[in-house]
Design a protein around this ligand. Structure first.
Ligand code: GDP
Ligand code: MG
Length: 443
């Protein structure tokens, strides 16, 4: 595959921004890579269309080919799609009155019983929770024993087995026992089937209705190929799945199922099973799975390095200017753009000694709208005004305000901000001259 890709890159010429042809050509290869990773076809189609829209017109970083740039954009889009947004969303939630019911659903052999024990062990060890495990698998002979044995292995507790008891009754008994004995969590391990069937789905739905689980975790094998969509849809339609546990991530499957399941259910992937042992459970990291699905890690890190270098060069250029006491409005705009892109103050701010404290103060207060408005104001100025802000008097201010679609006060505020910043930069550069010289930035 990588050979095919480098072929594409050779053919693509270097340009400032990604053209439709650049994007389409690279995305053809991405499409194949995703299908090879077993991402379901409809998910691939949607994903590609989404990336295509965002990629056309994006800037190509220096020393990087358009094709490589597209791969990096694809990678970023994958990470974004795979991650749940908030960090905490990938943790199992116990934010409900005890005993908190957690229900495990999925096909037979997907790893429900093993994952039940793994999660119980983790909750006990890491959070000191008292966990009761109950097997509702009355179909497979010895399925209930399997969980009892695992419970014993981890020094945990499982519900005593009553032969012939139906699943819903077991679930209710488990909840009651947990209430009486002061358990924090009840894990309900359900029966699976080799394929989705109505009988199974009815059973799962009944247990769900009877226990109202706080978390319903869909356990899925990372090797599930194009079937992932069918499985995820079926479970999502019958019970409200709250999270996904992806198992057999230790195998050589590229893990396309992760993307398919995430896309279909909209649920976060919460945990990864990485082996048969009880400890083989890992937190989910979107960037790792994205790298695995795309299988183009070399290109991604190449582009990341190039972006870093470019940013570093820009930061160094600014640092030199500032040291000479030159911080004009172009520089300010450049800083603001950086701020928007990174969602925080990196670059030059991080490089100047003594700015750490201010950086902390400014962080978290970044409002995209205000930043964008500031940039618009600067863009409405002439190059001369940007270089020499002191020439901006009343009539120029009016013109600039009109151009940026803001009030004159906003222009005044921005000019004052610029003055404050440039004064502060001068002070800092005096203080930190030694530090800057040492890091080779002194001009
Ligand atoms: P269930 O039918 O969904 O309850 O599946 P089980 O928990 O019984 O697991 C079926 C088989 O898969 C067992 O042999 C497990 O040891 C194995 N298994 C479960 N999770 C993993 C995993 O993350 N990696 C590997 N390699 N094997 C796993
Ligand atoms: Mg089982």
């Amino acid at each position: 595959l990588s050979e095919r890709l480098s072929g594409v890159f050779d053919r693509l010429t270097k340009r400032g921004a990604l053209s439709e042809a650049d994007v389409d050509e690279a995305l053809r290869e991405v499409r194949i890579a995703l299908l090879e990773a077993d991402v379901a076809l409809p998910v691939v189609k949607d994903f590609i269309a989404q990336v295509r829209e965002g990629a056309v017109g994006e800037a190509v970083v220096k020393s990087i080919t358009p094709g490589q740039m597209v791969i990096k954009l694809v990678h970023d889009a994958l990470v974004k799609m795979l991650s749940a947004g908030e960090e905490t969303a990938t943790a199992i939630s116990l934010n409900a009155p005890a005993p908190v019911p957690i229900m495990m659903v999925g096909l037979q052999g997907s790893g429900k019983t093993t994952s039940t024990a793994k999660i119980a062990k983790r909750l006990a060890e890491r959070q000191g929770k008292k966990v009761l495990m109950a097997s509702l698998d009355t179909r497979r002979p010895a399925a209930q024993q399997q969980l009892a044995i695992l419970a014993e292995q981890i020094g945990g507790r499982s519900l005593p087995i009553v032969p012939g008891e139906p699943p819903v009754a077991i679930a209710k008994r488990a909840l009651q026992a947990a209430r009486l004995e002061g358990f924090d969590v009840v894990m309900l391990d359900t029966a699976g089937r080799l394929a989705i069937d109505e009988e199974l789905m009815d059973e799962v739905a009944q247990v769900h209705a009877a226990t109202n689980p706080h978390e319903t975790l869909l356990v899925a094998d990372a090797m599930t190929g194009q079937d992932a969509v069918t499985v995820a849809k079926a479970f999502k339609d019958r019970v409200s799945v709250t999270g996904i546990v992806l198992t057999r991530v230790d195998g050589d499957a590229r893990g396309g199922a992760a993307l398919s399941m995430r896309a279909v259910t909209g649920c976060p992937i919460k945990l990864l099973g990485v082996g048969e042992k009880i400890d083989a459970l890992e937190d989910f990291h979107a960037d790792r799975i994205a790298g695995r699905i795309l299988g183009m890690g070399d290109i991604v890190s190449l582009v990341e390095k190039a972006i870093e270098t470019t940013e570093q060069e820009e930061a160094e250029r600014l640092a030199r200017k500032m040291q000479k006491g030159e911080f004009d409005l172009d520089d300010m705009a450049s800083q603001l753009r950086q701020l928007l892109k990174m969602g925080g103050l990196g670059g030059i701010m991080g490089m100047l000694p003594g700015l750490g404290k201010m950086q902390k103060q400014l962080e978290g207060k970044v409002d995209d709208k205000i930043v964008k408005r500031s940039i618009a104001i600067i863009e409405s100025m002439t190059p001369k005004e940007r270089k020499h802000p002191d020439i901006i008097k009343a009539s120029r201010k009016n013109r600039i305000a009109k151009g940026a679609g803001v009030q004159v006060q906003e222009v005044n505020k921005l000019l004052k901000q610029h003055m404050d910043m440039s004064r502060m930069m001068k002070q800092v550069s005096k203080l930190g001259k030694k530090g800057l010289m040492r890091s080779g930035l002194a001009g």
